[in-house]
Design a protein around this ligand. Structure first.
Ligand code: B12
Length: 373
């Protein structure tokens, strides 16, 4: 049985946790109550009604559940929220034959974060408290928890911004029955700056802090099905995530190059995605959310990246497109057709035009109507 600590002991205990968090590599740690996130629930419901969630499940599936921490642990009193830095990419010109992967997905940062929070949770448990780690799950709105725990403010780009650091973080919590002093909320805000709103390639930030997932590239490349035509060009070389609304943000911009994390996954060659076997792709990107765990969606994105490469003379790309125009999956053939049209490969366009599936042949009809071929 744990004994209720008095206030001074609570402060000392929080400092102990906080030191441990710093030692474990977390940039920020804060505490808030386990009371429901009432406004966030209303906001999730509003976005669902407007269709802004684009059919996503996650925290939208059951808004009451994702905003009520006591549904995770009945006796919960506090949320101890932590933030782990996901080093931002250097601002340099992307390699044309490499795909772009958002900073948070270049390594399995969620596992690093969960491991760090688990060490703290184990300490709590050893001291007689209940503790459960929740990070990027459907059961808790991580941003709302981080804001109430004084980690950062709700930026116009929708992200939680940590003063002096910006938004390059993944967030997670320990739900626990210990009572600790609540951290003060951050008072800073974005002021008049709206660079992220102007920089979003698809205009997905429809009001300050509100993202229409149907237009957000991060969701478009994760969502199952066909990628709507109007967004394909804006997707560029991205196959997972989009950082544009963070890259333009001035908060914590200094020091970004210094902390650049040289990581092979950042320069993953597009050919490898189109040549790899299913198991290899699922293993390589095991920490990613891939719709239906079906690697066809990574290949679909890679075909769009080829279509956006401007590599009209690239023989390897051309032969991959040819191969994919013969793939049994019409979804992949249709995106290969689009890429072939973009790169101006006439023989391949003819192949697509004669495809028995309208999903594929209509790519050519559409391009003809638009006058792009
Ligand atoms: C669904 C989801 C997405 C969706 C939708 C994003 C969105 N804007 O809602 C998609 C796939 C597009 C996405 C993209 C990204 N995501 Co995401 N995503 C989630 C997920 C699973 C749920 C988010 C959610 O519930 N959204 C619903 C809205 C309503 O809630 P919210 O933005 O989280 O909460 C705020 C609002 O509700 C606001 N609020 C409350 N009341 C009101 C009222 C009004 C009027 C307004 C304006 C706001 C407001 O306050 C809350 C706190 O800020 C969380 C993980 C989790 N379990 O929480 C990760 C999470 C939010 N994503 C994260 C990341 C890293 C990203 C990307 C940066 C990844 C990338 N590089 O591609 C992008 C950023 C896109 C963007 N600009 O938002 C991080 C956030 C990191 C941070 N510093 O903020 C999270 C927390 C994952 C994690 N555990 O680290 N994501």
């Amino acid at each position: 049985m744990s004994v209720e600590p008095n206030n001074n002991l609570k402060v000392d205990y929080f400092e102990k946790i906080s030191d441990l968090a710093t030692h474990l590599g977390l940039t920020a740690l804060g505490v808030t109550s386990a009371e429901p996130f009432v406004e966030t629930r209303t906001e999730i419901e509003r976005r669902k009604e407007l269709g802004l969630h684009g059919g996503m499940q996650f925290t939208f599936r059951n808004p009451k559940r994702s905003t009520t921490p006591k549904m995770i642990m009945g006796e919960a009193n506090s949320l101890i929220v932590g933030a782990l830095r996901t080093p931002a990419p250097r601002l340099e010109k992307a390699n044309t034959d490499a795909v772009r992967i958002a900073a948070y997905a270049r390594k399995d940062y969620y596992s690093v974060l969960r491991n760090a929070l688990s060490v703290i949770a184990e300490m709590l448990k050893k001291d007689g408290w209940k503790a459960q780690v929740v990070a990027d799950e459907n059961s808790l709105v991580d941003r709302a928890a981080a804001i109430r725990a004084g980690i950062g403010w709700h930026g116009k780009n929708g992200n939680v911004l940590i003063p002096g650091h910006g938004s390059w973080f993944v967030l997670g919590s320990i739900v626990t029955n210990i009572e600790l002093p609540h951290s003060e909320k951050v008072q800073q805000d974005c002021g008049v700056c709206k660079r992220c709103i102007d920089a979003c390639p698809t205009g997905a930030i429809i009001e300050p802090g509100v993202v229409d997932a149907r237009k957000c590239i991060a969701w478009l490349v994760q969502a199952p099905g066909i990628i709507p035509h109007e967004y394909r060009e804006s997707i560029g070389q991205r196959i997972y995530g989009c950082d544009d609304c963070q890259e333009i943000c001035p908060e914590g911009r200094e020091g970004r190059d210094v902390e650049f994390d040289q990581d092979v996954e950042a320069d993953y060659p597009v050919e490898q995605i189109l040549e790899a076997e299913d198991e290899e792709l699922l293993e390589r990107f095991s920490s990613w959310y891939i719709a239906e765990r079906n690697p066809r969606y990574l290949r679909r994105n890679a075909l769009v990246a080829i279509g956006n490469s401007n590599e009209t003379e690239n023989i390897a790309f051309k032969s991959l497109l040819n191969r994919y125009l013969l793939n049994p999956d019409p979804l992949l053939r249709s995106h290969a057709a689009w890429a072939s049209i973009r790169l101006g490969h006439k023989e391949l366009v003819d192949l697509a035009k004669n495809d028995s599936d309208p999903l594929v042949s209509e790519e050519v009809v559409l391009a003809e109507l638009e006058g792009s071929i």
